[in-house]
Write a protein that binds this ligand. Structure first.
Ligand SMILES: [Zn+2]
Length: 153
């Protein structure tokens, strides 16, 4: 087990954009995936996703709970290719900002592409809370978290 410390509140790594990961997948990248999985598993009652910058690594990867299977998956270089014109508003929280909740508008579904942990291309269409998790984690990879962003302005 490698449960890492989660960066909180004013940590600068939470505001910086992350670098893309170049395939083929290295042992170092696999280790990052394991660390993200172990750390998310440890906080599973409080969170559905964890992005690499939240454990201090500025690379484009996040771990997420697959709401259908209950397993933790890994998404590398994720991007949203297409999204619903329907917008849904729901409260979100974040493991890096414990205690904060904010109502955030997100598309109802999204079509996402990137790499899985073996470096293979993956495309996945998800909706509802699963899509919300993906949008939230991609924000982190761009150095943003909307649970707090608007308060700073
Ligand atoms: Zn978050």
């Amino acid at each position: 087990m490698a449960v890492k410390k989660i960066h909180l509140f004013n940590s600068p790594v939470l505001t910086l954009p992350c670098r893309g990961i170049v395939a083929p997948i290295t042992a170092e990248t696999e280790q990052l995936a394991l660390d993200l999985k172990d750390t998310l598993e440890h906080h599973i009652k409080k969170g559905y996703g964890l992005a690499a910058p939240q454990i201090g690594i500025l690379q484009r990867m996040f771990a997420f709970v697959n709401l259908r299977t209950g397993n933790i998956g890994i998404f590398i270089n994720p991007k949203c290719d297409q999204f619903s014109p329907n917008i849904v508003e729901q409260r979100e929280s974040c493991l890096s900002y414990p205690g904060l909740w904010k109502s955030i508008k997100r598309p109802e579904w999204g079509l996402f592409s990137g790499l899985d942990i073996t470096g293979k291309e993956m495309k996945i269409k998800v909706e509802g809370l699963q899509a919300r998790i993906f949008f939230h984690e991609i924000d982190h990879l761009n150095g943003q978290c909307r649970v707090v962003t608007k308060k700073r302005r």
